[in-house]
Design a protein around this ligand. Structure first.
Ligand SMILES: *Cc1c(COP(=O)(O)O)cnc(C)c1O
Length: 386
């Protein structure tokens, strides 16, 4: 058995990030400043969008995106149940009501026909999540949005490298929201980015991200001397710092190298986990470019003779870290109470949520780490059968 615990989602940090962080610490300017803007420029070049606003998290980006499109009390926002809490929590932060939609069992992405079924007079927007790095059916979703005059926000937390029919995730809807949290494909410890083509949305999100101060207020202690600012909104404290950005642009420069490594791991997992009581990720279709963010398996509980949670325990005992992305959000206590949901309401999200496991899948993994993961999984099923 593996001696040390294999941490799930441990990031690959290399010397350029370390040197840049140290240089930033020594520079005397560690808050929002030139390096944050350098990271924004690099991200704009990566996505090809007109605007990119660096923020403290993807949660902040989602909140500001909803604010920018004018979401407020009484609005309904359609969100997938198969997602992280932040996708729906930020709707509540705006005083609006999340309306959960079900997903496809294979792609785990929101189902366009289930979106359409849930549209009412109060619906203002759809938030889609490119689950695990696989793009949603954006053509169908955009058609529905157009038909009902709705905005589309892309939660691209898993999807920096994702493309749909040649278009980059986060640039297809009205606003894209990215995450640089510790387990994501690009890490700044905590951090996020909002992208858009819309000048007014961009300006609004930038002002709201720094207390509602008039533009460029971050420069007020800069070389040009003290500058007055105006408070034009009751904004938030969502700005990114130069310390975080120091990690960001070096990580972005290696994003494709890291993806290539994960693609190798993906193919190895697909080969070596075949034939076990697991449902492996669905084939990647021709019009999709997968970000390879998560490698999720569905435990075939009947064939395996164990539950998902027993599988998780088995992995922990064998010193392998795991994740669960995600348990169905509509059945979490807060949303059950808020919206009156019960088991059976969104059967596909619940089916996945009860069976899914994410196994270690980071560019940092060595071939031996991957062998340990595969060995542990085979060992669990061998013992379960006895
Ligand atoms: C991680 C994640 C978020 C939140 O990202 P933060 O940067 O931690 O705020 C939002 N949505 C999804 C789908 C995520 O996986």
């Amino acid at each position: 058995m593996r001696k040390d615990f294999l941490v799930f989602g441990s990031p690959l940090i290399e010397q350029p990030e370390i040197d840049e962080v140290v240089a930033t610490l020594k520079s005397g300017w560690i808050g929002t400043g030139p390096k944050t803007h350098k990271f924004e420029d690099a991200f704009k070049a990566h996505t090809g969008t007109k605007h990119a606003i660096a923020l403290s998290s993807c949660t902040a980006a989602l909140h500001l995106a909803l604010r920018a499109i004018g979401v407020s009390e009484g609005d309904e926002i359609i969100v997938p149940s198969m997602t992280f809490a932040a996708t729906a929590n930020t709707v509540v932060h705006c005083g609006a009501r999340p309306v959960f939609a079900d997903c496809d069992r294979e792609t785990q992405n929101i189902l366009p026909e289930d979106i359409e079924r849930r549209i009412t007079q109060k619906t203002k927007a759809i938030v889609v999540v490119h689950m695990a790095g696989r793009p949603c059916e954006m053509d169908e979703i955009l058609k529905i949005a157009k038909r009902h005059d709705l905005k589309v926000i892309e939660d691209a937390a898993h999807a920096i490298e994702t493309e749909y029919k040649g278009r980059k995730a986060g640039t297809i809807g009205d606003i894209g929201c990215f995450s640089f949290y510790v387990t994501k494909n690009l890490v700044t410890a905590e951090g996020g980015m909002a992208t858009t083509e819309n000048d007014a949305y961009a300006q609004n999100m930038r002002v709201l991200s720094l207390h509602g101060l008039s533009a460029d207020a971050w420069k007020r202690y800069g070389e040009e001397g003290y500058k007055h600012y105006d408070v034009v909104e009751a904004g938030y404290k969502y700005n990114m710092t130069d310390l975080q950005a120091s990690l960001g642009f070096h990580q972005l420069a290696r994003i494709e190298v890291h993806r290539e490594r994960r693609e190798e791991l993906w193919q190895r997992y697909m080969r070596e986990l075949a034939g076990l009581p697991l449902i492996l990720p669905a084939p990647i279709r021709e019009h999709e470019r997968h970000a390879y963010h998560l490698f999720t398996v569905i435990i075939d509980t009947k064939k395996a003779g164990i539950t998902r949670d027993e599988f998780l325990d088995g992995m922990t005992k064998r010193n392998i870290g795991t994740g669960v992305h995600f348990r169905a959000l509509h059945l979490q206590p807060y949303y059950r109470k808020l919206l009156g949901h019960k088991e059976g309401d969104l059967p596909n999200a619940e089916w996945i949520g009860d069976r899914t496991v994410s196994i270690p899948f980071s560019a940092k993994l060595t071939d031996d780490d991957v062998s340990d993961v595969i060995h542990a999984i085979k060992d669990i099923f061998t013992h379960a059968k006895q």
